[in-house]
Design a protein around this ligand. Structure first.
Ligand code: TRP
Length: 326
């Protein structure tokens, strides 16, 4: 029996290179080894986008198309949308019964978001419970492991605390304690050297047009100490070199030498990088184009995924209700 994993993504915008190295490359790899559930966390997105939910549905579809284009295979993995499986909310409520308020208030991600996010109001009842819904997502399928980035570790720890309390209170071993499968993603900065983020508009989208990719790469900041072509560059201080090392590790050695020996100028180096990224994304773009022509196929994949997820979800809720004497 393969172990089961579940992971999710909030549909808050277009996917970019950061999602590719941070999650999708890893998800694709895990498909062979685990029974995989990949979920669009639209309820989670709504917790921050509730004032302006117009693009959630389009983003949900767009993200799933990107997943498929990047190699998530619906024959191997269950792809579904959180809001299409109502049991998520049912378990979310049940878990909220036993989740201590203090754990949520002290959660570092919660405190950070309240501090950092200024363009919307996150001081809501639902947002405090964000990790409880995430715990419900994971436990509904009794996932053994959850592939996540480091930022999500507090949510996994909270999930495990909820599991221990639930199993103890109801004298059951209903839920396994899910492990984090830490994605060892290299640190990919945004094009401007800041954290890659939708709100900074400093990313390359997976479905971006080649011309736009060229323009964006050409605007990347290189080693500020290298003014003339003959100045030796410092590749380790250059974000362009960082992109080479992450996406084209086979070029790392050569890239480093030609920069520090000033045998290539930054403009040429960036032009080559843009071409390579365009090539890298070409098969994804092609697959995406083909999928866009077959809306029915995508709908079928989503319906089949929701159906499969629902089957498991219903079983868990039945079991949990029994334990609660409902
Ligand atoms: N909170 C996760 C994020 O922002 C998204 C998410 C929702 C998730 N439910 C999940 C991730 C369940 C893993 C498992 O990235």
């Amino acid at each position: 029996m393969k172990k089961r994993i579940l992971s999710g993504m909030r549909p808050t915008g277009k996917l970019h290179l950061g999602h590719l190295v941070g999650a999708l490359a890893n998800w694709t790899k895990l498909q062979g080894e685990y029974e995989c559930f990949f979920m669009v966390a639209d309820w989670h997105a709504l917790m921050s986008e509730y004032e302006n939910p117009c693009s959630l549905k389009a983003n949900t579809l767009d993200n799933i198309i990107d997943w498929l284009s990047c190699g998530i295979d619906p024959e191997k993995s269950t792809i579904f949308i959180q809001s299409q499986v109502p049991e998520h909310l049912e378990l979310y409520f049940i878990l909220s019964l036993i989740t201590p308020l203090g754990l949520l208030e002290r959660c570092p991600t919660y405190k950070e978001q309240l501090r950092e996010v200024t363009n919307r109001d996150l001081s809501t009842y639902a947002f405090l419970g964000y990790p409880v819904l995430q715990a419900a997502d994971i436990l509904l399928y009794k996932a053994d492991a959850v592939p996540v980035g480091e930022d999500q570790l507090p949510h996994l720890e909270l999930t495990r605390q909820i599991v221990r309390k639930f199993n103890h209170l109801y004298k059951a071993d209903c839920f396994p304690e899910p492990k984090a499968l830490l994605t060892e993603a290299p640190r990919l900065l945004g094009l401007d050297g800041r954290k890659m983020s939708k709100s900074y508009n400093n990313y390359i989208g997976l479905s971006e047009e080649p011309e736009d990719i060229r323009k964006k790469v050409q605007n990347m900041i290189t080693d500020p100490l290298r003014i003339r072509l003959s100045d030796p560059g410092h590749p380790h201080k250059c974000n362009v070199f960082n992109y080479y090392s992450i996406f084209f590790p086979e070029m790392k050695q050569e890239g480093q030498e030609r920069c520090s020996k000033s045998s290539i100028g930054c403009t040429t180096c960036k032009k080559e990088l843009a071409d390579k990224i365009i090539n890298l994304l070409a098969p994804i773009r092609e697959k995406r184009k083909a999928l866009l022509k077959d809306k029915k196929l995508i709908q079928d994949i989503i319906s089949a995924g929701s159906l499969k997820a629902s089957g498991l979800a219903k079983k868990t809720i039945h079991e949990v209700k029994g334990l609660l004497k409902l």
